[in-house]
Design a protein around this ligand. Structure first.
Ligand SMILES: Nc1nc2c(ncn2[C@@H]2O[C@H](COP(=O)(O)OP(=O)(O)OP(=O)(O)O)[C@@H](O)[C@H]2O)c(=O)[nH]1
Length: 495
């Protein structure tokens, strides 16, 4: 996704600035101009970018910068806050409650991925124990009902629609009534996709909304619509009361900045993003971890959640213990690869890891990445216990590598390549040494109730040292205001 490039450009601009010996207005302006260019290239609306630049200038006090050593952190935090502000309209959307019937209507442009997203949304909730149902109120596009039916059948979700009836309002009402009777708690109404210019279809959408009385209207937007996003989103908002946004195709070559514009136009939050054509390529969207990942700062809490979700309960304490000891062996790498293969779309997981970026495991190349991991695992299957449990890469001399290559039926070059990968990962994990890993559920409590004292207990010593010890941490927390942001911020350490 091109947003990763945006993160890269911003990081580079910050890096250049922190290389300067004196941070004066000129240096700051250069840095901000660089960031502005990157945002505009990512299709963020011009006005939003201009406001952001003005705000950062207001927040960043040059005198503080001249005196302190955390220039980069202060500016990075200001950018972080401004990007969050762009993506956060300040009020959460209506959230359906399990067990209580809610109607959610999906609207969007033709081909935005609405029908696919309806099923993903239903499937996501079904996995969490909800009773979702799908209603196809798209009578405009031939084949829309078949598509929904096919998706719904695959996911074993009840659906309603008609080949004969041409009135979407009638289908919408009948479907909603039926599923209410069947005690479904999430009734999803898919509507026809439309163009901004199609007044008749907009009127039809308004009527479906009036008749089915949705608790929430979700605007589905293709991330590639770019600068047009603002106007499109606004057109929808003017016809129906859009309450949330889902941005699709974040896996493609889209610049993604349109998402920021859509939030501004609808004053509604992005709640999920679509990251592929498959049912489970769908992620909850959380502003702070997203921006944190965007700026290459990692998403530690997201990663922890993934660990808790995927690593078997009985293996968790052991793994976390090993991580905090910073002893990264080939066996740990093997186990991690096993878990990663289970976790599904691999780059999702990797982009959450502090220090990893989407560039490392490019989206759209998951198959290649998975094949590589499987190849590495085959080679590790030919290793001895001593080799697997050692964290000393020197142990792996030429004759051992040749033996492993022979055993796995691979080329020595590939074993060497795997060892390089191991060394790179070990270096990243060594940063985790000393980290006090919060248990499941503790993470959010911790971030709610965090002061410098608590924070210093969780941070690995070398990370704390980088920040400037307790004093540095306290002043940093004061500057940052919200302690919750810091969990995301510290994910990447000081890069
Ligand atoms: N790569 C990728 N493709 C997606 C994603 N979401 C949807 N698609 C694809 O986008 C195409 C259009 O999706 P649909 O769900 O048919 O779009 P729609 O908005 O319902 O179309 P209309 O009914 O014509 O409005 C399909 O080929 C989907 O597989 C996504 O997150 N990533």
């Amino acid at each position: 996704m091109v947003l990763a490039e945006l993160g890269g450009s911003i990081s580079r601009a910050l890096q250049q600035m922190s290389n300067a010996t004196i941070i004066d207005e000129k240096v700051l302006n250069e840095c901000l101009n660089e960031i502005t260019r990157a945002l505009l290239q990512s299709d963020v609306q011009f006005k939003l970018v201009r406001d952001m630049q003005t705000n950062i200038k207001k927040i960043v006090n040059l005198d503080d910068l001249a005196a302190g050593h955390n220039k980069r952190k202060i500016i990075q935090q200001a950018i972080f806050n401004e990007l969050c502000k762009m993506l956060d309209p300040g009020k959460p959307s209506f959230t359906p409650k399990k067990g209580k019937p809610s109607v959610v209507m999906f609207v969007g442009l033709q081909g935005s991925g609405k029908t696919t997203t309806c099923t993903k949304y239903a499937y996501y909730h079904q996995k969490k124990g909800w009773k979702p149902a799908l209603v196809c109120a798209d009578t405009f596009r031939a084949g829309a009902f078949d598509q929904l039916k096919q998706n719904a059948t695959k996911a074993k979700i009840p659906f309603y629609g008609s080949y004969m009836e041409s009135d979407p309002v009638k289908i919408g009402v009948e479907g909603v009534e039926r599923f209410k009777k069947e005690n479904c708690d999430l009734i999803i109404v898919d509507t026809s996709g439309r163009h901004k210019q199609e007044a008749a279809l907009f009127e039809e959408m308004r009527q479906v909304s009036e008749a089915t009385k949705p608790d929430l209207v979700i605007f589905v937007m293709d991330s590639s619509i770019g600068q047009a996003a603002f106007d499109q989103a606004q057109a929808f908002k003017q016809s129906v009361s859009v309450g949330a946004v889902i941005v699709t195709k974040m896996d493609g070559h889209a610049k993604g900045g349109g998402a920021l514009s859509a939030v501004a136009a609808t004053k509604s939050p992005v709640i999920f993003i679509g990251t592929g054509e498959h049912m489970d390529e769908f992620e909850v969207f959380d502003v702070k971890p997203f921006v944190s990942r965007l700026l290459g700062m990692g998403d530690w809490s997201g990663f922890m959640d993934k660990i808790h979700e995927v690593v078997p309960m009985d293996q968790q304490p052991e793994l976390l213990q090993k991580l905090s000891e910073g002893n990264f062996t080939l066996r740990i790498m093997y186990e991690q690869f096993q878990n990663i293969l289970k976790m599904g779309p691999i780059s999702q997981v990797f982009s959450m890891l502090p220090g990893f970026s989407a560039e490392l495991m490019p989206k759209g190349r998951e198959k290649e990445s998975q094949a590589k991991i499987k190849r590495y695992m085959t080679m590790m299957d030919s290793m001895t216990n001593e080799e697997l449990d050692s964290s000393n890469p020197k142990l792996m001399n030429e004759s051992r590598m040749m033996r492993i290559a022979r055993g796995a039926g691979r080329h020595v070059r590939e074993v060497m390549e795997m060892m390089e990968e191991y060394k790179r990962l070990a270096k990243i994990w060594s940063k985790m040494k000393g980290l006090k890993i919060p248990k499941k559920g503790e993470m959010s409590a911790l971030s709610r109730n965090m002061n410098a004292q608590n924070m210093s207990k969780v941070l690995p010593p070398q990370m704390l040292k980088q920040i400037g010890g307790m004093g540095g941490l306290q002043s940093l927390m004061k500057q940052m205001g919200s302690t919750k942001d810091m969990m995301g911020m510290f994910g990447g350490g000081d890069k």
